[in-house]
Design a protein around this ligand. Structure first.
Ligand SMILES: [Zn+2]
Length: 322
């Protein structure tokens, strides 16, 4: 029997409807990927079992020595304990679930857990649109708006894990936000907000952000205005961040960013009208890893934890699994 000598890291992206699993080489090149439905109503064990089943299938097709597993999950997570703290209502038995301990127990390799937006930014900073850039704000425009901050070549989570959450900072109008606040970026730039705002302007309710983008592309001025306002709000978020922490690189992902051609002109116009106080040019790019970003970012966390010498930037002491 020959043991496989290829070393791989697994990355898992547990979303509300689908779970993506990738096998990555140590340089984070994706060697294989699988997608399975997330059994969100069946509890944490079923969700991890689905991910591990997909991972086993990948390893059967492509034998390799698995070094560690990284997981990105929506919601508020305890990255040290490897546990989900708060999950949305669509997940049953997920808050409180011991994600990393369960995976370690099943596979016998180290496992790590990140919030999905943080994992997204890890992926784009390790292998995507902002690879090697030391200071970046990442924003995901999906059902909601997520944010994450990368400083000095590492994720900066803040004392409560909420650093970079630009989606829920006030000052973006006066609309009610899903979080209970008002005037947050999410009320203008999330997929849900774009559909709702288009409905309010036109009476055509219930369209997805993608359908509104298609309407804008077909010449619908109301659809174009909704995207322009989302783009202007993004620029405002960028200017706030640039003024506060002097970050000049921004990466935008999530489903709404597929309409980048509709968002980008408004972002550029607003930034040209109000350049940041640093006087430095601002770089705003669309995410590059697409639906792989969270899983690749989770794999990059696993790699950096157990093989810290391979990361692009060394910051402080490397941390190792005890
Ligand atoms: Zn909010």
């Amino acid at each position: 029997v020959t043991r496989p000598t290829t070393q791989v890291y697994a990355g898992v992206d547990i979303g509300g409807t689908t779970t993506q699993v990738v096998l990555c080489a140590p340089d984070l090149a994706v060697l294989a990927r699988a997608e399975v439905p997330t059994p969100a109503a069946e509890g944490g064990q079923a969700m991890i079992d689905a991910a591990l089943g997909a991972l086993a299938g990948l390893l059967a097709r492509r034998p390799a020595r698995l070094l560690a597993v990284g997981v990105g999950a929506a919601g508020i997570v305890d990255t040290d304990a490897g546990r989900v703290l708060v999950a949305s209502d669509s997940f049953h038995g997920w808050a409180g679930f011991e994600v990393t301990a369960t995976i370690r127990g099943a596979l016998g390799v180290p496992a790590y857990l990140d919030n999905d937006v943080n994992a997204f930014l890890r992926g784009e900073a390790a292998k995507g649109a902002v690879a090697g850039v030391p200071h970046v704000l990442g924003m995901t425009l999906g059902t909601g708006v997520g944010g994450a901050l990368w400083l000095d070549g590492a994720l900066y989570e803040g004392p409560h894990g909420a650093a970079g959450e630009i989606g829920h900072v006030p000052g973006f109008g006066d609309l009610s936000c899903t979080c209970g606040g008002r005037g947050h970026l999410e009320t203008l730039a999330s997929g849900r907000a774009i559909g709702r705002r288009y409905g309010e302007r036109t009476g055509r309710a219930g369209l997805t952000a993608g359908a509104v983008a298609a309407a804008a592309d077909a010449g619908d001025p109301d659809a174009a205005v909704v995207y322009e306002e989302a783009g202007a709000a993004l620029a405002r978020a960028i200017l706030i961040t640039a003024g506060l922490v002097d970050v000049t690189a921004y990466v935008v992902g999530g489903g709404v960013s597929r309409a980048w051609h509709l968002l980008e002109p408004a972002v550029r116009t607003a930034l040209a009208a109000e350049p940041p106080v640093s006087g430095r040019p601002v770089s705003v790019v669309r995410a590059r890893l697409g639906s792989d970003a969270v899983a690749v970012g989770a794999a990059s966390r696993a790699r950096d934890e157990i093989a810290p010498g391979t990361r692009v930037y060394e910051v402080g002491e490397p941390s190792l699994e005890p």
